[in-house]
Design a protein around this ligand. Structure first.
Ligand code: 13P
Ligand code: SF4
Length: 319
């Protein structure tokens, strides 16, 4: 405990000295989330992280999350220094959508508007017309559908089919998934609901359709926290990374939160309800990057310039 206190004190001091700001996602370690808030940074969902990083005057951003979040920050603010605690913190959606295969898929369907999820590489974004996050994907696709556009969607198949079902849009889906959310199970959720008949069910739309179908609220991490805070219920079943519980408990003290069931348990399923890449962010490697300036994010200029167009389009739409 004494070592942790010392680590945190040193991190606070370095953030100040280097005029750096910490931008964290709700899935990272609770200590990093608290540090981000305490030191004037932010803890939020992917959309708010992007906006916060772009608008904050600090010249150095330390992004505690996964690679696409660091890349998005760099693309939006090429003049800033973007550091990440661990450059190997990736995402199964990003890994499952290599730029060359994705480009071939787009080339084969030139009549479709290309909409990609934030959880992709800069090179994939560079080929897209729109980028969306989970909080705004539905509204953007509904907007494109109203204009008569046909959509090519990548990479998350569950989020894609949820949006397709909600909007009725013509969507051709890449078949990617998030290894954390893909593990939530509809049948087990049904049984758990029977044990907790008054609980409300909050679901992230990267979850399978059988889970989404049982939700009282489907939304991004920020939207799920907002629902926990504002809904008139004492108990909630939560289908997303368990890192979110820290903020939910703070936002809604006195309410009870239960993580939705997965097929395995922690002994058999390494990624059950917790993202192994988000878990790579810790106090030690955060301190290391602040001390050394290591792990800077670079995005090749031409790629970044192209990718920025689809991110700006989303941010303008959201404004
Ligand atoms: P949001 O925080 O935007 O809901 O995204 C969740 C996610 O997949 C982050 O890895
Ligand atoms: Fe990617 Fe899933 Fe981890 Fe989010 S939780 S970073 S979508 S693997």
């Amino acid at each position: 405990a004494a070592e942790k206190l010392a680590l945190k004190a040193r991190i606070r001091q370095l953030l100040k000295e280097k005029q750096a700001v910490l931008v964290a996602h709700y899935y990272v370690d609770a200590e990093l989330q608290d540090l981000a808030e305490e030191t004037g940074g932010c803890v939020s969902d992917s959309l708010e992280m992007a906006r916060f990083g772009r608008d904050h005057p600090a010249q150095t951003l330390v992004v505690a999350g996964v690679k696409f979040m660091g890349e998005t920050a760099k693309i939006l603010s090429p003049e800033k220094t973007i550091l990440m605690p661990d450059l190997d913190a990736t995402c199964s959606l990003d890994l499952g959508c290599p730029a060359d295969e994705f480009t071939a898929f787009c080339d084969a369907h030139p009549d479709r508007t290309v909409v990609v999820y934030a959880n992709t590489s800069a090179a994939v974004k560079a080929r897209a017309d729109w980028m969306v996050t989970s909080s705004i994907g539905l509204d953007i696709v509904a907007h494109l559908h109203a204009q008569g556009k046909k959509i090519l969607w990548a990479p998350d198949k569950h989020l894609g089919s949820y949006i397709q079902q909600k909007t009725g849009a013509d969507m051709l889906l890449w078949q990617g998934s998030c290894l954390v959310h893909d593990e939530f199970k509809g049948i087990e959720l049904d049984l758990l609901k029977a044990e907790h008949p008054h609980a409300k069910v909050l679901v992230h739309p990267e979850s399978p359709a059988a889970v989404v179908a049982q939700a009282d609220v489907v939304g991004s991490t920020s939207q799920m926290i907002h629902a926990a805070q504002t809904m008139d219920a004492e108990e909630f079943i939560v289908a997303t990374d368990n890192g979110i519980l820290h903020k939910m408990q703070l936002a809604a003290p006195g309410k009870r939160f239960i993580v939705a069931p997965t097929a395995g348990n922690s002994a058999t399923c390494k990624s059950c309800a917790h993202c192994p890449w988000m878990a790579m962010n810790g106090l030690r490697n955060l301190l290391h990057v602040l001390e050394s300036g290591d792990n800077e994010i670079h995005v090749e200029r031409a790629t970044a310039e192209k990718a920025k167009l689809c991110i700006d389009r989303m941010l303008d739409f959201a404004a």
